[in-house]
Design a protein around this ligand. Structure first.
Ligand code: ADP
Length: 519
């Protein structure tokens, strides 16, 4: 049963009308999320650059602060007009983490660089003698008659930075009121000091996985070193990055759910429309199936009553018509009743050892006449030594009648029907073969669904309810068997019922073997 094209187009239009905006909205959502994430990253990178510069400056100031703290005795000596030796000794008394104390007289200052750090004049330079590889850092010393020289120490910047990294980062950086972002944001940042080759000298907190880390070059005695600031895993930018993917996953999930709901909703609607159409056509088919035999019976009865026949053998013919149509009517009513019982699960089967040869024989006693009346030639090839099937004989006869009825309905010129049976291991099979119109392979499974009829091609002019095969299938399933179909369009069809063999050991102890039905 197919939905008309115009209605199918409408459903497809609804599908597109829902799916398209959903996809557009999802894409906009994803684009916006990614844009926001990119903005956050840019802002974070800018912040980290700024912070790297601040930390660099803080390190340099720290050096100056420590120098100033250490140098006063040397300054006092210089002011008192002390000799270079006395100044050097005063410097040595305060040298702690710095290496050898050193005094550069004013006339030797030419080879040194002057550096202004935080408005203080700082002297520094590499060891001119080349004995030491480390820079020299010092403050200018003023004597009573002006500048007497510079006093300071040789020191190892690598060791100095490593030793002071934590202290500077945690104390000076967080308490610095100029620091952008305040204490909280500094806590979620990793600070690393790298040497010229990129080797790490020390770190405060582990860097997270973001790529917004930025470095600033150090100057003066720390030239060649860099401070690298990277957000840790707990920084806002890191979880914002993760949140982006979670949000995108949500958007994708939500749109998938929406699209799936649309898809299933439309499929359900299609199915409902199909069902409504199937029901309507079922009703009209049943009405037709009921009315036709009734009309025929009525006509035959009237003819008989009024004795409106010329030949005496016509009376027999009319009686046979009444019989045939009554059987047809009764089969239709049985089918409908059986169908409703099976659907409601109330159809009970009395399983017993059944000889299929007997079932075929008794069925053919009445049905054989119908076949012959319709001009069919039929053949029965059922061996007598078949193992008994575990079945309900009446139900199997009912199935056989349905298959024979179909063979009759769907045959054209070649009116041949063959009934065969065979043993198949633990099963017995009963087949009805015809040389009729056959069934398209694409329809061979569908025809077992209730109300389904192939309404194309040659079947068009044959009336039916679409119940027969669905009944046969349900009954045989309740027997723990199955129905097979082999069919070639234009050649014919073979329908085979496969039933389990009655096994005394397994089946006998059951007091009242009944199989539930339904669905
Ligand atoms: P009905 O015969 O009342 O339509 P059935 O359930 O018995 O319902 O059959 C379903 C459909 O299967 C039929 O409409 C017909 O198209 C197809 N069919 C059944 N048996 C045969 C057969 N022997 N040859 C060709 N087509 C068949």
């Amino acid at each position: 049963m197919a939905i008309p094209d115009f209605r199918r187009n409408k459903l497809q239009l609804i599908g597109v009308a829902v799916a398209l905006p959903a996809l557009v909205l999802a894409s906009v959502g994803i684009a916006l999320t990614m844009y926001i994430a990119a903005e956050i990253e840019t802002e974070s990178a800018r912040y980290n650059t700024y912070l790297a510069e601040q930390v660099t400056e803080a390190f340099e100031q720290e050096l100056l602060a420590r120098l100033r703290e250490a140098i006063p005795p040397a300054e006092e000596v210089a002011r008192a007009g002390g000799t270079p030796e006395q100044i050097r000794r005063a410097l040595a008394s305060r040298a702690r983490e710095f290496e050898a104390a050193h005094f550069v007289p004013v006339d030797e200052l030419n080879g040194y660089s002057l550096l202004v750090v935080d408005q203080q004049l700082l002297v520094f330079g590499a060891d001119p003698s080349g004995r030491r590889q480390h820079p020299f850092a010092a403050l200018m010393l003023n004597g009573p008659d002006g500048v007497v020289g510079a006093g300071g120490w040789w020191f190892n910047p690598r060791a100095f930075l490593a030793a002071h990294l934590k202290e500077v980062a945690q104390d000076r950086l967080t308490s610095n009121p100029r620091m952008y972002g305040g204490i909280e944001s500094v806590r979620n940042l990793s600070i690393q000091v790298l040497d010229a080759r990129g080797n790490e000298i020390g770190r405060v907190r582990d860097p997270g996985g973001t790529n917004t880390g930025r470095a600033a070059e150090m100057t003066g005695p720390f030239e060649g070193f860099r401070v690298l600031i990277t957000p840790t895993d707990r920084a806002a930018v890191a979880w914002a990055g993760r949140f982006v993917w979670i949000e995108i996953a949500f958007i994708v999930l939500m749109s998938s759910v929406l699209l799936a709901a649309t898809f299933f909703g439309l499929r359900y609607a299609t199915r409902q429309i199909e069902l409504a159409q199937i029901k309507t056509s079922f009703l009209s088919n049943v009405t037709h199936e009921l009315k036709t035999p009734i009309a025929v019976i009525r006509l035959a009865a009237e003819t008989l009553e009024m004795k409106r026949f010329s030949q005496p053998e016509d009376e027999d013919k009319l009686l046979r018509t009444v019989m045939r149509e009554t059987e047809r009517l009764s089969q239709l009513v049985t089918n409908i009743l059986d169908f409703s019982r099976l659907e409601s699960g109330q159809r009970a089967f009395q399983f017993a050892p059944v000889d299929l040869a007997e079932v075929v024989e008794s069925t053919m006693e009445s049905f054989g006449l119908r076949l012959e009346d319709a001009g069919f030639h039929y053949e029965v090839a059922v061996p007598n030594d078949l193992p008994p099937a575990r079945a309900d004989a009446q139900a199997i006869s009912h199935c056989l009648i349905n298959l024979l009825d179909n063979a009759m309905k769907y045959s054209r010129q070649r009116k041949e029907v063959k009934i065969t049976a065979a043993a198949r291991g633990q099963f017995v099979s009963l087949s009805v073969a015809d040389r009729g119109i056959g069934i398209e392979p694409s329809q061979q499974q569908r025809i077992f669904e209730k109300f389904v009829r192939v309404e194309t091609g040659l079947v068009h002019d044959v009336k039916g309810t679409g119940l027969g095969l669905s009944l046969v299938d349900q009954i045989i399933r309740a027997h723990h068997g199955r129905v097979e179909v082999v069919s070639t369009p234009g050649e014919g069809s073979i329908f085979t019922l496969i039933l389990p063999v009655w096994s005394a050991g397994r089946d006998a102890p059951r007091p009242s073997p009944q199989a539930p039905t339904g669905g």
